[in-house]
Write a protein that binds this ligand. Structure first.
Ligand code: MCA
Ligand code: AMP
Length: 490
């Protein structure tokens, strides 16, 4: 396979990464990441403490150059989830920025700095030159590149093993769909421990030889500043576009900046048509949506040269086979804008397996097709519209996928909780909001919502904290004793 990052190998002096006042060209990144790669080469696996910083990008690139599979870790993960991820993936090393205090389970591992302050002097000239930037032989296309953890309906998150072939295939299919080139300057503020922010948002620009400016934290003024000073593309989850739509009415500079962008892309959850329309009315520009999944990387997109259509995720990307199947497993032939089926996909963009979970890997496939669990219809011209998902126990909040069962288990361990159920409720800002339904152990002394959120946050990732807590005398159950979430509105 050709190198994942040709511009790095070529030593391009064009800008590559910018995080606040820290920046690296492709050549500088090759030097810094190359030096780090030499130190980690041969390790079976590394974890990266994935803060939204330049060091994280350098650490991930270094691991990929060294051919060492990388496990990005959400720095806001609580104890139980972190223990699971570290035990399951058993990294030999952890890469983190200098000075960052790591939780005990990671602090026990050998640690390497990703800090790049010492690499360039004040004028941006590298202080030292590193060893060769690429390993002597490019790893096999099937070699694992990343292991990204993703929630299921029950149980702890599963490690999705993504081979180098899938990363290359998805980024090259997006090059075609979006006319993504080295001239593009991407701006985003996505977290760097998921596919969207890391693979599309950092590795994407690097593979194209273009650049990315990361905002550190999402804010509409940062988006406006970058899009009015050379950035050409914006990636975001619907919550970010919703906040942009809200701000546009009072922010002409933001409207002007968006109007000048080449491409505004939304993904990770459905962008409501209302937000599409508000952004189009204020800027004259249409946000385009693409549809993907941790296991499949990107499957479909509205093309840059195609008709933007709100409420759709466009057409299958180059190389991706997509079919709809009915509840009997039979393929739906219709392109009638009406018949609903589950989306199944096949292609070079797919993961290899769930780490240490052959049972779950087997169950995820139907005769070679990956079952996405997403329900959709197809327009006569092939545009896909996602209309729902099979599992009601999966919540999408702020673009994060969250399993209800995992939160319920943690809530049930709180001494003040007798029974617990978790549902997702519609939320204008987040798409869905996590709601915890609690039967307190003592009716006259229920644990507070803040206490329960803190309890969940200490064990799981911070975005899994319930935003709303409702107290009941009993949970609605059917004759079999199963909780009837529909009766809770979930
Ligand atoms: C949050 N807060 C809370 C609670 N939840 N406080 C108490 N109780 C709670 N339950 C706090 C936060 O910690 C924060 O405090 C404050 O509320 C407001 O947070 P803010 O940053 O404004 O927003 P947010 O609501 O926390 O987050 C919105 C977000 C975030 C920035 C849009 O959800 C986000 O980054 N989403 C991206 C998800 C993503 O990348 N998904 C990709 C996976 P403080 O300020 O003190 O911290 S999907 C994927 O990869 C597939 C392949 C795909 O298709 O893309
Ligand atoms: P994750 O497993 O966190 O990677 O999330 C993948 C899921 O996000 C998919 O199965 C879809 O349900 C959802 N998703 C991603 N992009 C879109 C989109 N543009 N529209 C609707 N849902 C989406």
């Amino acid at each position: 396979m050709s190198p994942l990052f040709p511009a790095l190998a070529a030593g391009s002096t064009r800008p590559a990464l910018q995080f606040g006042d820290q920046a690296l060209s492709h050549a500088e990144l090759a030097t810094v990441a190359g030096a780090l790669a030499a130190r980690i080469a041969g390790a079976p696996r590394v974890a990266v403490w994935a803060t939204p910083t330049l060091g994280t990008a350098v650490g991930v690139v270094a691991a990929l150059l060294a051919g060492v599979p990388v496990v990005p870790v959400n720095p806001k993960t609580g104890e139980r989830e972190l223990t699971h991820i570290v035990t399951d993936s058993s990294p030999a090393l952890v890469l983190a920025e200098r000075g960052v205090e790591l939780p005990p389970i990671l602090a026990e591992l050998a640690r390497l700095d990703t800090d790049v302050n010492h690499v360039t002097d004040a004028t941006g000239v590298p202080r030292e030159t590193g060893p060769a930037t690429a390993p002597p032989t490019e790893p096999s296309p099937e070699a694992p590149a990343l292991i990204v953890y993703t929630s299921g309906t029950t149980g702890p998150p599963k490690g999705v093993v993504l081979p180098r072939r899938a990363v290359a295939a998805t980024l090259d299919a997006l090059e075609d769909a979006w006319q993504w080139s080295e001239a593009d300057v991407l701006v985003h503020a996505l977290p760097l421990f998921h596919v969207h922010g890391l693979i599309l948002g950092i590795l994407g620009p690097l593979r194209r030889g273009g650049s990315v400016r990361h905002l550190g934290r999402f804010a509409t003024d940062g988006v406006a500043r970058e899009l009015s000073s050379g950035a050409t593309m914006l990636f975001g989850v619907p919550t970010m576009y919703h906040r942009i739509a809200e701000a546009l009415a009072d922010d002409p500079a933001l409207a002007k900046a968006l109007t000048g962008a080449r491409l505004l892309v939304s993904g990770s959850a459905a962008l409501p048509v209302h937000d599409h329309e508000r952004i189009a009315a204020a800027t004259g520009r249409r946000v385009i949506e693409r549809y993907g999944m941790t296991e499949t990387l990107m499957n479909t997109s509205v093309r840059a040269d195609g008709e933007p259509r709100a409420g759709t995720v466009g057409v299958p990307l180059a190389g991706v086979a997509l079919r709809l199947v009915d509840e009997t497993g039979a393929e739906i032939a219709a392109y009638d804008g009406d018949t609903v089926g589950e989306i199944q996909v096949r292609g070079p963009n797919l993961f290899t397996e769930y780490l240490n979970r052959p049972d779950a890997t087997d169950a995820a496939f139907d005769d070679g097709w990956f079952r996405t669990g997403d329900m959709a219809i197809r327009d006569p011209d092939g545009y896909v519209r996602i209309v729902g998902r099979k599992a009601t126990d999966l919540i999408k909040s702020g673009g994060y996928k969250i399993g209800a069962g995992e939160i319920e288990n943690v809530l049930l361990e709180h001494p003040g909780v007798r029974e617990a159920a978790v549902t997702g409720e519609p939320d204008e800002d987040l798409g869905e909001r996590i709601v915890a339904w609690i039967v307190p152990a003592q009716a006259d002394a229920p644990p507070s919502a803040e206490e329960l959120a803190a309890h969940v946050g200490a064990q799981l990732a911070s975005h899994k904290r319930p935003r709303t807590v409702r107290y009941l005398d009993a949970l609605p159950r059917n004759d079999m004793g199963k909780i009837m979430k529909r009766a809770l509105g979930g």
